[in-house]
Design a protein. Structure first.
Length: 256
């Protein structure tokens, strides 16, 4: 990558990265009777251009655009075309490739060393041209312009601070343009389902107790909203997988 410092308080950065994932024991042993010795590595490459402006100790603004390409993705086959139950399965490389173009921007305001407010927005444009290349019917996916469990618009707000000896964090998350494929959230033939947008409020508190130990309290989904991440296909009865409502977690942490 390369960085250009336009001023003392701003900079441009251009980067390129490439990664690969080799078939592991999971792909070798999960379905040993249908082991595929011809699996190829899975590849990902990404280009990113970002701009950052800041004032030390006061605020920071960062925006970036990126282009990600994935190919030879390793996925289970036969699960989408077989009868209900547990059909013979194996792992194979997807044909074609997946392209994700995106924009991210975030702004952070600081008040001292322990208090801050961060707001971020993410927008994705997804093109799965691999999904149009059905290989013997095994790789047919719901919609070439969406990706399961990947929100195409998301807003996050994080507020951190201290109340006496108690550190507190509040997180608000808004998710929109979110799709699910089908049975158990797995892609099935047909059209991807547009899920309902949702907003979550989460809180976390921690308090030192003694030396390296602390007590903490987390509250997930404070507003007790109903939201779903998965949509079941008709062959499994249909309907949505509703996530848990308000959840409390109280704990103690001791670092040796």
């Amino acid at each position: 990558g390369a960085t250009y410092h336009a001023t003392a308080n701003s900079r441009w950065a251009l980067s390129y990265g490439k990664a690969y994932y080799l078939p592991s024991l999971r792909e070798s042993l999960l379905f040993p009777l249908n082991f595929n010795p011809d699996l190829k590595p899975e590849y990902t490459e990404q280009y990113e251009l970002s701009y950052t402006a800041f004032r030390a100790g006061r605020w920071q603004w960062q925006s970036s655009v990126f282009h990600t390409r994935n190919w030879n993705r390793i996925e289970r086959s036969n699960w989408r075309t077989g009868p209900p139950g547990w059909p013979p399965q194996s792992f194979e490389n997807y044909p074609g490739e997946e392209t994700i173009k995106g924009f991210e921007t975030s702004w952070t305001r600081y008040w001292g060393a322990e208090s801050s407010l961060n707001v971020s927005y993410t927008r994705l444009d997804i093109d799965n041209n691999e999904l149009d290349l059905a290989l013997a019917g095994a790789f047919k996916q719901p919609d070439p312009d969406h990706k399961d469990f990947t929100p195409e618009q998301q807003v996050d707000l994080n507020l951190t601070g201290r109340l006496g000896i108690v550190s507190a964090t509040a997180n608000i998350q808004y998710v929109d343009d979110f799709y699910s494929g089908g049975a158990g959230g797995l892609p099935t033939a047909g059209t991807a389902t547009l899920m309902d947008s949702y907003t979550l409020l989460n809180l976390h508190f921690n308090c030192p107790v003694w030396n390296e130990s602390k007590a903490f309290l987390s509250v997930h989904n404070v507003l007790d909203d109903d939201y779903a991440l998965r949509n079941f296909s008709a062959r499994t009865g249909g309907g949505k997988w509703i996530m848990p409502g308000r959840t409390w977690t109280l704990g103690f942490e001791w670092n040796l």
